[in-house]
Design a protein around this ligand. Structure first.
Ligand code: ATP
Ligand code: MG
Length: 257
């Protein structure tokens, strides 16, 4: 199953979600998981790479040449999780694809085709914005996970994603409508926004993950220490919440066979 973790809005916990969902699937459900870093900030790579010294090819090269994909994947620090490296070079990929590729939106799908059989869950960590790399992720994904931070309620980003998906369907770049689910992140029950948030999401006809991710500074600390939340603070609410979400996804992966 390929999940795009996508939202045009920055800082909504795309990377935190991609990394920790993969970590839980690998650690607690023995799933072979792959995190694909598509962001030129390369935060997922900083988080998961065993060393900062890597200077081999990254997703920037794999997007240009699908034969390279297997070479840009390495072991991560999280058990059961592989990492497809990202790098600064991803900043130039959109322009290069537009100039050189007959169908620029298919580059990621092609790049993943050679390796996807090796993994049960592939998490695509998208950059903020809906540039060509995120469009590539929408096309390559079976399902979309859209983190929305509970405070800002940036649902306009979700509407934009749906418009893009509809456009890709019309252009026949997508065979069918992918499942789109919202993941509430940085949720603070004390602000008692929960019912309002849920109602608003249902009002515009969107699917919401039952597990929500509460505000938990351990998640930010785990990033600084380059550990998944399960390795850094297994008793934290962050671990409980991402654990619950991964358990749900694991069940669905099992059903999908
Ligand atoms: N549940 C949470 N509680 C508290 N802080 C969080 C939570 N989830 C994420 N954060 C923090 O919020 C910030 C943004 O998270 P993250 O980098 O995952 O977002 P992003 O959507 O990937 O951002 P970008 O768009 O820049 O790629 C980080 O500092 C992260 O540690
Ligand atoms: Mg990110």
């Amino acid at each position: 199953m390929v999940y795009a973790v996508v939202n045009m809005k920055g800082g909504v916990a795309k990377t935190t979600s991609a990394v920790n969902i993969a970590a839980a699937l690998g650690r607690y459900h023995a799933r072979k998981a792959l995190v694909v870093d598509l962001d030129s900030q390369a935060n997922a790579t900083s988080w998961l790479a065993p060393s900062d010294a890597y200077d081999g090819p990254t997703m920037a090269q794999a997007l240009a040449d699908a034969d390279v994909t297997a070479q840009v994947i390495g072991k991560s620090t999280a058990p059961g999780v592989s990492l497809a490296y990202g790098s600064r070079a991803l900043a130039d990929v959109s322009r290069e694809l537009r100039a050189n590729s007959p169908v620029p939106g298919l580059a990621l799908r092609n790049a993943l085709a050679t390796v996807s059989g090796d993994y049960e869950a592939i998490l695509l960590d998208c950059p903020p914005g809906l540039d060509l790399l995120s469009i590539n992720a929408l096309i390559a994904a079976d399902e979309l996970i859209v983190p929305v931070d509970s405070q800002s309620m940036a649902l306009s980003g979700v509407t934009k994603i749906r418009e893009n998906v509809a456009e890709l369907l019309r252009a026949k770049l997508l065979p069918r409508m992918p499942r789109i689910r919202i993941l509430l992140t940085m949720y603070d029950a004390r602000l008692s926004l929960d019912r309002a948030v849920k109602a608003r999401i249902e009002e515009i006809g969107l699917d919401l993950f039952a597990p929500v991710i509460r505000i938990n500074t351990n998640l930010a600390e785990a990033y600084g220490l380059k550990l998944s939340i399960f390795d850094y603070a297994p008793a934290s609410t962050g671990a409980a919440d991402y654990g619950a979400l991964a358990a749900l996804l694991n069940q669905e992966i099992g059903l999908a066979g």
